[in-house]
Design a protein. Structure first.
Ligand code: UDX
Ligand code: ADP
Length: 466
């Protein structure tokens, strides 16, 4: 089957960039990305490419090339479904906040709504592709809904999890380690798999396109994220030991990373991992393990999250204890709010929890992040519901200029590894601060020696005192 028209439901951090790259690489395919959120769609259509709702290096160029040619963003969901041969579902699957599986299982209500909408609208056979990360065997549920509520047309369900990381999404999409496609072993299933393989084959070498059964594909995505998060928690657990023992976690990471069996990537200690995937996917894995009665397996993976929570609390505790056990009324400036550099996304960012802990201690926070909006920062805190909106706004301000944000601060805490933080005039910052001036580097990006030469007292995560 030759695909001429694609629809993607969900214009978020995954749907938007993924479809932009498919459209760029396959100019003969019409790609329409639809979303219920009209303002998000409007931002994707903005003339000014700096206003795209997702900030990703290089994304503006891709959108510029394809938008209006064969890439369209729209709120006309039913029309796009009707016209498409292939429909990607790329909606959010947050952790459930109610009922059975609350706080653990993925909430599939948006997925189900999509399936029902596709079933209602479709008048010809269609291939439906799961792009969102889903619990294993979700395809079965989607298939049931499509086949039992549809207009008698045939649906093939594929699982095609996305492995892009935010901040490097465009590069990850253009040059993926692998593309994974799961589908039915029937003749029709194999035909659907081939149709999707043919799309990726426009720019991805064949030997990097893996095909599996649907369940393996769904579970592989959860497994990959669990393994990656586990590496971060492992090195973060070691960072605590390094600080106590006088070792340097970066030296340890380098030494173990040179063992080709371990490898050097994903061993950078931090104030804790964030992002929309790691925590959600592990909780989901824990829930799946428990539902199969595999309690020891569930406990094993849960530790990855517990260590991550511990790391965030450890960082805020360190700030409080270093500032003579009280931060009440003291100004602490956060450099960074995003969950990693080069993204405007702050979902599950460690900064949120660290801020919440310090606000509980009545600190006065000022946050500067190069890309995360003020509205989003307050939104993140409001979501926690720890205090009223007014209190959050009283205790926390959002700075537009880093030097202004650091002025009169008792301490600076680095929460995100933005490159620009290393290029600041730290002497000027030191001069403008309250003394003694402290720096807490939760990402290990600053040159501690030169900061100490200026006069700062420094703490770097994972670095024991000499
Ligand atoms: C992750 C997976 O990498 C990606 O394959 C999947 O599709 C989605 O989830 P993402 O969450 O966008 O991607 O970013 P990632 O680079 O994995 O970082 C996640 C978090 O771990 C960030 O908070 C990051 O700062 C942290 N991290 C990562 C570390 O603290 N240390 C590391 O060595 C690597
Ligand atoms: P991700 O990081 O997985 O892309 P996001 O939350 O950034 O997740 O994006 C998911 C998008 O899906 C949101 O813009 C949301 O408005 C959209 N969405 C959710 N449910 C539906 C639906 N039933 N129809 C259309 N769009 C939807």
């Amino acid at each position: 089957m030759k695909i001429k028209s694609i629809c993607c439901i969900g214009a978020g951090y995954v749907g938007g960039p993924t479809m932009a790259v498919i459209a760029q690489k396959c100019p003969h395919i019409k790609v329409t990305v639809v979303d219920v959120n009209a303002s998000r769609v409007a931002s994707w259509n903005a003339k000014d490419l700096t206003q795209l709702p997702v900030f990703e290096p290089g994304l503006d160029e891709v959108v510029k090339e394809a938008r209006g040619r064969n890439l369209f963003f729209s709120t006309a969901i039913e029309q796009a479904i009707d016209q498409a041969d292939m429909i990607f579902i790329s909606v959010n699957t947050p952790t459930k906040t109610y009922g059975k599986g609350k706080g653990m299982a993925a909430d599939l209500k948006y997925i189900e709504l999509c399936a029902r909408q596709i079933a209602k609208v479709a008048k010809q056979d269609k291939i439906v592709v799961e792009k969102s990360t889903l619990p294993v065997r979700t395809a079965e549920a989607i298939k049931n809904i499509l086949n039992n509520t549809g207009n008698g047309v045939q649906f093939q369900i594929l699982s095609n999890p996305e492995f892009l990381a935010e901040g490097t999404a465009v590069q990850d999409l253009l040059n993926p380690d692998r593309v994974l496609i799961g589908g039915d072993t029937t003749k029709e299933g194999q035909g659907a798999i081939q149709a999707l393989v043919d799309i990726y084959a426009h720019w991805v070498p064949q030997d990097r396109i893996l095909t599996t059964n649907v369940w393996s594909s769904e579970l592989s995505k959860l497994t990959a994220n669990a393994f990656l998060a586990q590496r971060v928690s492992s090195i973060n657990a070691m960072s605590a030991i390094c600080e106590q023992s006088g070792a340097d976690v970066n030296e340890v990471a380098k030494a173990i990373g040179m063992d080709s069996r371990i490898g050097s990537k994903f061993l950078k200690t931090s104030v804790g991992f964030g992002g929309s995937c790691f925590q959600k996917d592990i909780l989901n894995l824990v829930y799946i393990a428990k539902s199969y009665g595999l309690n020891e397996v569930a406990d094993y993976w849960e530790q990855v999250i517990l260590i991550n929570e511990h790391q965030k609390n450890r960082f805020s505790d360190k700030i409080v204890s270093t500032l003579y056990n009280t931060v009440s009324g003291k100004k602490i400036t956060f450099l960074g709010w995003a969950f990693k550099k080069d993204t405007n996304d702050s979902r599950e960012s460690a900064a949120i929890k660290v801020a919440d802990n310090l606000l509980n201690e009545l600190a006065h926070l000022t946050v500067y992040d190069p890309k995360v909006t003020e509205e989003r920062i307050y939104g993140d805190l409001e979501y926690l519901n720890s205090r009223s909106e007014e209190e959050n706004r009283e205790l926390l301000t959002v700075g537009k200029d880093p030097y202004e944000a650091c002025k009169d601060a008792h301490a600076i805490a680095v929460l995100t590894e933005w490159d620009e933080f290393t290029t600041y005039d730290w002497e000027q910052i030191y001069e403008s601060m309250n003394k003694p001036a402290f720096v807490f580097d939760g990402r290990g990006i600053l040159d501690t020696e030169s900061l100490e030469a200026i006069g700062f007292t420094c703490y770097t995560i994972g670095k024991g005192s000499k």
